[in-house]
Design a protein around this ligand. Sequence first.
Ligand code: GDP
Ligand code: MG
Length: 338
Amino acid sequence: MSVDRKKLEALLKWYIQEIGKDLIAVIVVNREGLVIEAISGKSSEKTVDEEIVGGVSALVEPVLTRITKEFSSGAFGTGTFDTEDYRLIFCEAGPDAVFVTVLDAVAMIDPVFPYAYLTAEKIARVFDGRTVSPVIPKIVSTKDSQLIERKKDTLQKIKIQSGEYAYKLILGGEGGVGKTSMVHRFVEDTFQTDYKSTIGTSIMKKECLFEGLSSKVRFVIWDLAGQAQFKRVRMSYVENAEAGLLIYDVTRKETLDNLENWHKEIITASPTISLILVGNKIDLTEKRQVSTEEGQGLALKLGLTYIETSAKTGENINDAFKMLALQIIKRFVVTEEV
Ligand code: GDP
Ligand code: MG
């Protein structure tokens, strides 16, 4: 098995950076339990700290034996294990590897696990030899109640109880930021340069599968076209929405400034909506006016996850929708002791 180490390392370093202070180490092991990559989160240079990694590997080993057994039945997916000093998150990363996140004993698993899950998916892609961009959306701790309890020396499987329900997803943002393009990229995996500003609202459906969590999320995506200026139309558009992407164009600063109004309007109409902030058109590097930090700044202010995309190249488009889906299903987490 050959794996692009540089890509894997870049991805893990991004993840470490996003998770922040609670992260002790990340380890990627193969199905036999051999360590493929291990990086410590505590050292300032984010290089391998042999001591920590050695200690944690020893810790992971006995648990891994149990998980590997579960894997062979193809049933493991995602889970946690708590010890005296650490909290571990295990995520299957395709058929070849397991991704282990080692957190401090006092850390909360709930806000971290969606990121661990997305990262595991990306790791699986690295093993597959497919392209993967290391950008992982900025983690934001929400005030959600904690569903994944700390249970010492217990292997807990994480599952999502999600029904047959479909979520109404809306798109907020000024004309031309790429709302329609993002939806087309996500739903049909196509990009057109000559969209006519559609009149009316188009409705599309798409499912996000979360294999390791035995769950799926169905989105009914409402794309409001040109008449967004009519307040009356906008009201019924926003009403009863459960998920939304707030999108701006990184080449036009005013589209970012405008998002605060969209945010206000949307949460007034749907106070419990799950939202994420998206900076689109990152392929236009020469024309870029808004930095990643500025985008993150607004996300932080509004308490939202931030991600940057290109509907043209397709970069991070799936991740943006998946992240949103994960934020929704995070509320339906159940654990099962194994
Ligand atoms: P909407 O008004 O927000 O729905 O925006 P559209 O999806 O109609 O896109 C507006 C214009 O921006 C179109 O010409 C698209 O081709 C272009 N566009 C959308 N997304 C991207 C992107 O990621 N990169 C580039 N270079 N152009 C994009
Ligand atoms: Mg449009």
